[in-house]
Ligand binder design. Sequence first.
Ligand code: NAP
Length: 252
Amino acid sequence: MTRRALITGPTAGIGNAFARELARRGYDLILVARDTERLEAIAAQLRSKHRVDVDVITADLTTVDGVARTVNAVTDTTSPVDLLVNNAGASLAGWFGTTDIADEDKQLDLLVRAPMHLMDAAIKVMAGRRGGQIINVSSVAAFTPRGAYSAHKAWLLNLSEWANIHYADVNISVMALCPGFVRTEFHQRGDMDTSGIPRWMWLNADKLVKTSLKDLDKGKSVSIPTIRYKVLSILARYLPKGVVTRAAKRGR
Ligand SMILES: NC(=O)c1ccc[n+]([C@@H]2O[C@H](COP(=O)([O-])OP(=O)(O)OC[C@H]3O[C@@H](n4cnc5c(N)ncnc54)[C@H](OP(=O)(O)O)[C@@H]3O)[C@@H](O)[C@H]2O)c1
């Protein structure tokens, strides 16, 4: 039977890599982002290349309406979602305490409220069907105190780890994907200077997605790509917070 995945943020970067890989594997897709033109172009490309059904939803996930329309797609019992990928995200240009609080509200909506509502809806319908998979795109930033962005990603990581254990008896897998630096539009959109980031720290979105789907099928609650980031995240978890915070101070 054909499986269906809903992906938020498929118009660029990691979400786009998920859309291409899942279409290649024969998944029908529901793609959610703000840019209709880009959504339609990607949908047309995937339909013709992989012969899969692709629906698009133009939605701003910082809005109540945008989240509600996406939740409706998750709970639509006529076309059930087998895999939810909570991926859409962005970063603010500035540290918490220097930014506009209205922008921080939007960040909280995008990085916490939207995935929370979508995960809630998915778990409820998947529990009824006794099966499903959820990937929440967090970050290695979740392991370090680095402002509001890392706090939001830590929230998503923590909830995913718990949900993966709690809903195992109804066959629902929930996994937090915690990438390091990935070459996408993310840093440019967030007006971040990446010139100081060494080449070895950069990850490729296509490889990242393939590894994460393997980890999901193994039932892992956390997927950290590459040995180097696994080591860094262990250090970040167990070194004194003062050391980690000072080391991480330069990046966002
Ligand atoms: N790149 C990295 O180094 C890195 C590292 C760790 C974690 N992450 C996480 O990975 C995820 C994907 O990031 P990326 O690097 O692939 O970024 P990206 O290339 O900038 O893509 C972001 C995607 O999110 C969508 N999006 C942004 N704001 C949205 C909104 N308000 N409503 C709906 N969709 C929205 C964008 O589409 P539209 O503009 O069309 O809406 C786009 O498709 C994010 O959660 C990010 O925090 C990234």
